[in-house]
Design a protein around this ligand. Structure first.
Ligand code: PLP
Length: 414
């Protein structure tokens, strides 16, 4: 029990010294330890009031006038510019809209077309992270069929070895959704560029948790969702980044009237808009989009470097508490110990030893363990069949939360 006293005291000290701690009051939270912000971020406190205004006044009273007067029409690029500093992008390169899945299609097919414009039609391979979140893999298969490419699924570590003069585009995840491993965005982007191919990054598990540096590292195209670390709300629209100097050649596979140079000209022929706007498709989902816009206001005076420092301190401390509280051999961390290889989550694999005490009626082991944690006010999630995931959102998770989560886990597993 001296462990508990010592770790709880340290947590208290760390929380007292944490400059980001006051940000928690910008969210609607209770005394639950919420470690699932990497799946659905918590509700920012200013969102309900904004949605009320958007619905009652902008829609209810201004009606059609709101497309101009309330800035609805330009919301995708305006909100894109709000996300830009969080991922290291200058303004004018990000549009918000559609789901991540749809944006992966735009980016991959658009990426193959860019590669062929620059390098010729011999570019007929798409390389994809074989360990990716399934939707990216499914979309990559379809993008390969649409472009007549062969798909090469390999692990991120194998990517440099398979690149060559046939590579058109490479789709990679900045942080692995399962293990929390952070991949080498600068190094892999440089390797992709060295063979004249296009680098497409999925930022779902990094944006809002750590610096990305899209412009600095010369990433060509990127996509990400906004309902994880950006707290945009369930199903909030995703975003697409198209680097400034490829925008005039970016040829979207989904050209809609919103990506037309003159959308209200209603002309039969398609002529793409200038800039990142060609990443738009159809009428934006204004309610979700303006909830996201309000949610992004919590970032106003927040430094992403400070968020990253706290994220690493939190995951370090959580891992230390797990080591101290959980009997040896019952869980194993899949999340790299090295800071340079870690995102903002900790993934713990349950030992088969736990099966006898937890598994009942076909429930996967990690599901059964997580259910017990949730009943005790510690909310994470699990990935089939044996991985417990704990996401650390530095804007509202504290060191006391990390200590409590590890303590409850230890008590349940013992
Ligand atoms: C969360 C996540 C998605 C989600 O895709 P949607 O189309 O927004 O449902 C896609 N890819 C990755 C890597 C993710 O982590």
């Amino acid at each position: 029990m001296s462990d508990v006293r010592e770790l709880a005291a340290r947590a208290e000290k760390l929380d007292a010294a944490d400059e980001l701690a006051p940000l928690r009051s910008r969210f609607v939270l209770d005394d639950v330890v919420y470690l699932d912000g990497n799946s659905l971020g918590a509700l920012p406190a200013n969102v309900p009031g904004r949605i009320e205004d958007v619905v009652r006044r902008q829609w209810g009273e201004l009606r059609i006038r709101s497309w101009d007067e309330s800035g609805w029409w330009t919301a995708p690029e305006r909100i894109g510019d709000r996300i830009a500093p969080l991922v290291g992008a200058a303004p004018g390169q990000i549009v918000v809209g559609d789901s991540t899945s749809v944006n992966v299609l735009k980016a991959l097919v658009g990426g193959v077309r860019l590669a062929r414009l620059a390098q010729g039609p011999g570019r007929d391979e798409i390389v994809v992270d074989a360990t990716t979140f399934p939707t990216d893999g499914y979309i990559a298969q379809s993008a390969a069929r649409l472009t007549g490419c062969t798909l090469r699924p390999v692990t991120p570590a194998q990517v440099p070895g398979v690149l060559g003069e046939r590579t058109a585009a490479v789709l990679l995840n900045h942080v692995d959704y399962r293990t929390g491993r952070l991949h080498d965005l600068p190094g892999l982007t440089a390797a992709v560029h060295a063979v004249g191919a296009i680098a497409v990054w999925d930022l779902c598990h990094s944006a809002g948790a750590l610096p990305v540096g899209l412009d600095e590292h010369g990433v060509d195209l990127a996509v990400g969702c906004t309902y994880k670390y950006l707290n945009g709300g369930p199903g909030s629209p995703a975003y697409l980044y198209v680097r400034q100097d490829v925008q005039d050649r970016f040829d979207s596979p989904l050209p809609g009237w919103n990506s037309h140079a003159d959308p209200f000209g209603m002309r039969p022929d398609f002529e793409p808009a200038a800039g990142a706007l060609r990443g738009r498709v159809g009428t934006p989902d204004i309610l979700s989009m303006l909830a996201l816009e309000a949610a992004l206001e919590v970032w106003e005076d927040v430094d992403v470097a400070a968020v990253r420092a706290k994220s690493l301190a939190l995951t370090d401390f959580f891992l230390e508490c797990v080591t101290s509280y959980v009997p040896d051999g019952l869980v194993e961390s899949l999340t790299p110990a090295a800071h340079g290889e870690r995102g903002s989550q900790v993934a713990l694999r349950c030992s088969p030893k736990l099966s006898t005490s937890f598994e009942q009626g076909g429930t996967p082991i990690a599901g059964a363990v997580m259910k017990r944690l949730i009943e005790r006010g510690v909310v994470g999630d699990f990935r089939h069949p044996d991985v417990l995931r704990f996401g650390f959102t530095p804007l509202y998770v504290g060191f006391g939360d990390a200590e409590r989560a590890a303590r409850v886990l230890g008590e349940e597993l013992r």
